[in-house]
Design a protein around this ligand. Structure first.
Ligand code: SAM
Length: 315
């Protein structure tokens, strides 16, 4: 029986979004749209308390990329994949984290406005920048409940120093001395084996029970986890990096997203991904029987994401 206290979903969208829902991928009574828009502008159209779960993967704060996140501009400026002799995203500077926090703070404030009381906000974060993500969420009013780890097997990225020594304009003896002294040591990067996901929660209205009764948020469903199905869901979640990346460098595995959606939201919840990329969260949301709204600033990526959701979930 319908809980009269739960806000009717139809009321949650602007007229334009309702039209988009109908014309794009409405099927089985579930809807998913990707708005080709800067989420900082687009989310202002969302109503207060309209979102049950935020599950998102903000851009890695790649060195030299302005806050318009124009990857085309970036590609034109640097050799593909390499920035300042290090792979994209690998150049360390204190400013990088501060800039990320500055970018995420107003986004998190908007998340706080649109999320239902008790609603969860799960944000993927490069491990070395995770504290900045957590502060942005906390400053916006989210309670940091935990940090989950997406566990995968990555590739070692530490750099040998030998070739720098060999290139030096110094005597052969001096090179040998240095090579011997460095002893094959590498730059300080262990093999990546996981990525953090910050788990924030909006303040509840009353008790857990009252909050769930009114908003259907704030409690977790551990009855039927998708990953490690026989175990109580834990904070370390194994999932292989996806083989098919749908044209996106950092596409996330759909099973991991489904697992999180299943635990942290109710059936028919509305899931928001402000940084939709190739649309992985949208696919996961529809497969889990949730509605979805995503924002993607790059037009080609936004169309591909919308198409991917249509083909994967509706054809
Ligand atoms: C890390 S990727 C997300 C990848 C995604 N999880 C997937 O599985 O494909 C971040 C995405 O956010 C987009 N983006 C960056 N700034 C944005 C903004 N202000 N509003 C909306 N999208 C933005 C980027 O173009 C990029 O596709």
């Amino acid at each position: 029986m319908k809980n009269e206290n739960v806000i009717d979903d139809v009321d949650l969208f602007t007229a334009r979004q309702q039209k988009l829902f109908r014309s794009s991928v409405a099927h089985n009574d579930l809807s998913a749209i990707i708005e080709n828009e800067d989420c900082r502008i687009g989310m202002k159209q969302l109503k207060e308390n309209s979102i049950s779960l935020i599950l998102t993967d903000p851009p890695y704060f790649i060195d030299g990329m302005g806050d318009d996140w124009n990857t085309q501009k970036l590609k034109a400026r640097v050799k593909p994949g390499v920035i300042g002799s290090l792979p994209a995203g690998m150049k360390f500077s204190v400013k990088q984290g501060q800039e990320l926090q500055k970018f995420l703070t107003p986004v998190a404030e908007e998340w706080m406005r649109v999320i239902r009381p008790g609603g969860f906000c799960l944000v993927f974060s490069q491990n070395r920048l995770a504290h900045r993500t957590a502060i942005a969420l906390e400053d916006a009013g989210f309670e940091i409940r935990d940090v989950l780890i997406w566990r995968y097997e990555g590739q070692a990225k530490a750099f040998s120093q030998d070739h720098f020594i060999r290139k030096r304009k110094i005597s052969a003896e001096e090179k040998d001395r240095l090579l011997h002294k460095i002893g094959g040591r590498k730059t300080p990067q262990l093999k990546p084996q996981g990525e953090m996901i910050i788990l924030g929660q909006a303040p509840r209205e009353g008790t857990f029970v009252d909050n769930w009764d009114k908003w259907e948020t704030g409690l977790i469903d551990v009855n039927n986890p998708l990953i490690n199905a026989s175990q109580f869901p834990g904070t370390v979640i194994p999932s292989n990096k996806p083989k098919e990346r749908y044209g996106h460098m950092t596409a996330k595995p759909v099973d991991l997203l489904q697992h999180l959606i299943r635990i942290f939201s109710a059936p028919r919840a509305l899931v928001l991904d402000s940084f939709a990329g190739s649309g992985s969260t949208g696919v996961a949301a529809i497969l889990e029987g949730r509605d979805f709204i995503g924002y993607e600033i790059e037009s080609e990526m936004a169309s591909r994401a919308q198409e991917r959701i249509k083909v994967t979930c509706y054809e």
